[in-house]
Design a protein around this ligand. Structure first.
Ligand code: CA
Length: 292
């Protein structure tokens, strides 16, 4: 191989290695976590492609609504051009088809996989299924999480053209030795090992937008954390107490609303948490669209 051909081969190899998807039947999933909370890498073309390609159904209850509520305010924050416009199942051109169901979650509907199958049989155009937890991962056993993973994998086997998005459970203030963290790791390890699509809801809550880490400080779903280091996070969703702090409140207070973050609903938490969840969701949509 002459020098020119070696250079060409190198360029091709570099292009291929920069792709996070492959063409073919094997479609490795992607982990969406705190490192996917910036939209800087999303092009207008990639967002348009997601709108054209995806037909998403999303089931959740209150915590999961952070994604929907964050997305609802996102387009206005980014200039109101319609770039991040979302609509329902039959939304027209220019809108993300996001069929949002605030009605049940992985814990509240024991037959969530049957509900999914029934839905997909009746609506063969749906190509993305997302299910959220409420607080059930906190008390889940290793066996019950294994059952969740197996049931998701079974759906994937039954509907190979559909992308199923796995999820972790929200933070609960029990820290790195708590059951919640361990069960979330079980989910993430499985997804990494098996090339699944994972929206790591918990990981997103462990970091502020500057990348400061609170996962080792017993962070809660409200974003309260153990600031005074006494081994417990004190506070409620209304705010921290007893010498502890809230990373989302501190970040919002030190930045400008409308310029650095946007006001929106954020069940049990603060808008910044839902902002982060929404940006991560758009990273998920763009990556999913490339895989379909
Ligand atoms: Ca404390």
């Amino acid at each position: 191989m002459n020098r020119h051909r070696v250079a060409s081969a190198l360029v091709i190899a570099m292009i291929l290695s920069s792709c996070d998807w492959v063409i073919g039947t094997e479609v490795p999933g992607t982990i969406i976590d705190h490192e996917a909370t910036s939209v800087a890498g999303l092009t207008e073309a990639s967002i348009a492609h997601a709108k054209e390609t995806l037909r998403i159904v999303y089931w959740h209850t209150s915590h999961g609504s952070q994604i929907s509520d964050g997305m609802a305010g996102m387009d206005a924050f980014y200039g109101g051009s319609g770039l991040y416009a979302i609509g329902g199942a039959d939304a027209g051109i220019g809108y993300l088809r996001f069929d949002d169901h605030y009605e049940c979650d992985l814990g509240s509907d024991p037959d969530w996989d049957t509900r999914t199958s029934d839905w997909l049989r009746a609506r063969p155009a749906v190509n993305v299924v997302v299910w959220s937890w409420c607080g059930q991962v906190s008390d889940a056993t290793e066996g019950s999480i294994a059952e969740y993973l197996a049931r998701m994998a079974s759906l994937e086997e039954s509907y190979p053209e559909v992308r199923f998005v796995y999820m972790t459970g929200h933070a609960d203030g029990t820290g790195l030795t708590g059951n919640l963290h361990l069960r979330n790791l079980q989910i993430r390890d499985y997804c990494e090992a098996n090339g699944k699509w994972l929206y790591d809801f918990y990981d997103i809550e462990c970091y502020d937008p500057d990348g400061a880490y609170y996962g080792d400080k017993r962070v809660s779903d409200a974003c309260n954390y153990d600031y005074d280091g006494d081994g417990a996070t004190e506070g409620t969703e209304s705010g921290p107490s007893g010498g502890d702090r809230n990373w989302a409140a501190d970040w919002q207070d030190s930045h400008q609303e409308g310029a650095d973050w946007w006001a929106c609903g954020s069940a049990h938490s603060l808008p910044l948490n839902a902002n982060q969840k929404a940006r991560a969701a758009w990273n998920l949509w763009v990556r999913l669209a490339r895989s379909i």
